[in-house]
Design a protein around this ligand. Structure first.
Ligand code: CA
Length: 228
């Protein structure tokens, strides 16, 4: 399963071509044609990276980038700006606004994918480090979780949930806390959604005999425990 990328680009032809190449490379793509749609997408699902066009019809890409970097929910999401212009000052303004990288149009899909992978690696917070816990290995760089060397097959939400748990083991989180930390606090989903994904996650882990690492703490919530 690949990282999720939110692509914000108003030019339909470029957006479709880019989305197609990225999907081919194994990324999960969310598309937005303007700032308004981008904000809606972000409220529904937290992407692993945002590809943001410089020139948008409603709010400029640069203004939107600044907005993302001001808000708690979006601050940590890596950002690559797409620009038709390559002037030095434009680049600098992009970096000022908090972009992690930028790419000048026209770009080749190969170049874009290489940039995305580099930014994802840098921003994983773990610098490609692997967390090993409870028989599982979290490889943030590869965006995968392995059990005894075999990849655990799960959906993107289950991956986010499990990677959060593995980075915060032996602590109990309520459903509300998990919604805030994994789904994002702008998301209006019911607490029982958490139970649905916990169930799916346990099922994915069960295939590797590891369902026990996700523990229910009655009246409190859930905990990841590496202890028997
Ligand atoms: Ca544009």
């Amino acid at each position: 399963m690949g990282a999720t990328i939110l692509l914000v680009e108003d030019e339909e032809a470029i957006r479709e071509m880019t989305a197609f190449s990225l999907a081919q490379a194994g990324f999960d793509i969310e598309e937005a044609a303007d700032a308004q749609q981008a904000v809606t997408c972000l409220a529904e699902r937290r992407p692993d990276l945002i590809l943001l066009d410089w020139m948008l019809p409603d709010i400029s890409g640069i203004e939107l980038a600044r907005r993302f970097k001001r808000e708690d929910l979006t601050r940590d999401i890596p950002l690559i700006m797409l620009t038709a212009r390559g002037e030095e000052d434009e680049k600098l303004r992009g970096f000022d606004a908090g972009a992690d990288d930028y790419i000048t149009k026209p770009f080749s899909p190969k170049e874009l994918i290489a940039r995305i992978k580099a930014v994802l690696r840098r921003s994983s917070g773990l610098n490609g480090e692997v967390v090993s816990l409870g028989g599982l290995e979290l490889d943030e760089g590869a965006h995968r979780i392995f059990a005894n060397g075999r990849p655990v097959d799960m959906g993107p939400t289950e991956y986010r949930l499990l990677s959060f748990f593995m980075r915060h083991p032996e602590r109990v989180y309520s459903r509300g806390q998990l919604l805030d930390r994994v789904w994002g606090s702008n998301v209006y989903v019911e607490e029982r959604t958490v139970d649905v994904h916990i169930r799916r996650l346990r099922k994915a882990l069960e295939a590797h005999g590891l369902a026990r690492v996700i523990q229910t703490v009655r009246g409190a919530g859930y905990r990841f425990s590496a202890q028997e």
